[in-house]
Design a protein around this ligand. Structure first.
Ligand code: SF4
Ligand code: SF4
Length: 321
């Protein structure tokens, strides 16, 4: 058995098992978190969280920009979560072999809104483990990949000290995420400010219903499955309702491919996060805040344009509480 301290051993092992990024948040980081979001609602004697991230394949974003929705689903969304489960499982067994309990919060999380474990936010855990910052869009940004990753969390009773919180800046408040969102789901006039580990965290309000309609491929701008606007945009209230309304809206041929897409790949993700991931990553590469590549991320339908509006609510808030 190696003589490394437990935290170093876990991090080394996680990388060997395929995690791109791994950091630790000690449970004290949750001291000012709302009680209904506390990891101890899932594991009462939790002492730390292992937070891993794996990159959304940049090549899958290139393929998506050229009309290949399957590539993004498999290497950027549902399929990527499958890949991450193997890494998560190995880390959980590693901890368990040393006598600790390791509780997984899956990269795809829970669909049940009243399940207590649903409140364990992957994004909050990533922030508290020091992996990066909240972007203006609420999508989490890291210096390695910008908005281009997914997270998995393991809550454990193993005692491990926190990694430092992230203190640099990645997001430049360009608002390209807002202008490129095909759903107008991000409201730049409505800022949300919360406090995590003594720091103020800021992002814009996101209308999740509008976003979900894109995600499920019901916007002709971003989806190969529809040619008409979805007629129930303002009436959507939950996942089940929207799913009930889709079949009569699609003609038989498109319905067959639509259902087959879900059947074969498990998730939708048909919008491919055009604004909050693709356009944001392209922008951050262009301004040098994350590593750049010679092949650009394609955004064929509209030109990238930074907003000239001033986000007043953002500027008023200082970074420390
Ligand atoms: S697109 Fe611009 S404003 Fe939006 S999160 Fe990315 S860097 Fe921030
Ligand atoms: S996932 Fe798509 S619809 Fe949702 S906020 Fe991002 S760009 Fe907009």
């Amino acid at each position: 058995m190696s003589s490394l301290p437990l935290k170093k051993k876990v991090k080394k092992f996680a990388k060997e098992q395929g995690a791109d990024l791994v950091r630790i948040a000690g449970i004290e980081r949750y001291d000012d978190a709302p009680q209904n979001m506390h990891p101890r609602i899932v594991l009462p004697n939790a002492r730390s969280l292992v937070v891993i991230a794996n990159r959304i394949s940049r090549g899958a974003l290139v393929a998506l920009g050229k009309g290949n929705h399957v590539s993004y689903n498999c290497y950027g969304y549902g399929g990527l979560c499958e890949i991450m489960r193997k890494t998560m499982y190995s880390i959980m067994c590693f901890l368990e072999d040393q006598g600790y309990t390791a509780v997984p919060i899956d990269p795809l999380h829970s669909l049940l809104t009243d399940a207590p474990a649903r409140n364990i936010s992957l994004r909050v855990a990533a922030f508290l483990a020091g992996l990066g910052e909240y972007g203006y869009s609420k999508v989490f940004l890291t210096p390695e990949f910008g908005p281009r990753q997914r997270f998995g969390v393991i809550i454990t009773d193993a005692p491990m000290e926190s990694d430092p919180l992230f203190s640099a800046k990645i997001c430049d408040q360009c608002e390209i995420c807002v202008t490129q969102c095909p759903a107008n789901a991000l409201d730049p006039d409505r800022g949300i400010v919360t406090k995590l580990a003594g720091k103020k965290v800021k992002h814009v309000y996101i209308n999740e219903a509008r976003c979900a309609i894109q995600h499920h491929g019901l916007n002709a701008d971003t989806s190969p499955f529809v040619s008409d606007p979805f007629p129930f945009n303002d009436q959507y209230d939950d996942f089940a309702t929207i799913m009930d309304r889709i079949p009569p809206f699609l003609d038989d041929k498109k319905l067959y491919f639509y259902q087959r897409f879900h059947y074969e790949f498990g998730t939708y993700s048909i919008c491919g996060a055009r604004g909050c991931i693709r356009a944001c990553a392209k922008h951050l590469e262009e301004i040098g805040r994350i590593p750049a590549f010679s092949t650009p991320i394609p955004l064929p339908k509209e030109e990238m344009k930074a907003s000239t509006r001033t986000a007043g609510w953002w500027a008023f808030e200082s970074d420390s509480a």
